[in-house]
Design a protein. Structure first.
Length: 134
């Protein structure tokens, strides 16, 4: 079941406005809340697709190397794909010292010799997904 994130966003803004107005009325202050009308969707992985991806990843990277990431507060366009179809977003680490600089930064570096495993993961996952659909 999809959540109507636009409705949730509106509800949060309204509650913030009510809280702000209550506090300012209580203390005889002025309050203004400007909220941008854009919506940013959260990345919410499908349990079924995530399980398939995990099983595939363990074949390529070995069991114990695949872990579940903690939620992060970053923005990711992948959420718009997941709004249309179930999916699973993952972080593919190189596991090398010195390659831990943040993405989208000038000092970002990657161990290119590991990239083939990411390609293999996505290819094998697509094959396994299609096998499960037949």
């Amino acid at each position: 079941e999809k959540t109507d994130f636009e409705e949730v966003r509106k509800e949060i803004i309204e509650r913030m406005r009510e809280t702000g107005n209550s506090l300012t009325d209580l203390h005889n202050l002025n309050f203004t809340l400007e909220a941008k009308p854009s919506i940013k969707l959260p990345v919410i992985n499908s349990e079924q697709e995530s399980q398939l991806f995990k099983q595939t990843a363990e074949k390529i990277f070995n069991e114990g190397k695949v872990t579940k990431a903690e939620p992060v507060m970053g923005a990711e366009d992948f959420a718009y794909y997941q709004d249309e179809i179930p999916g699973s977003f993952l972080f593919l680490g190189a596991g090398e010292k010195g390659t831990d600089k943040p993405h989208h930064k000038p000092n970002f570096d990657i161990n290119e010799s590991i990239l083939y495993k990411g390609s293999a993961l996505h290819t094998l996952n697509a094959i396994n997904y299609l096998k499960n659909q037949v």
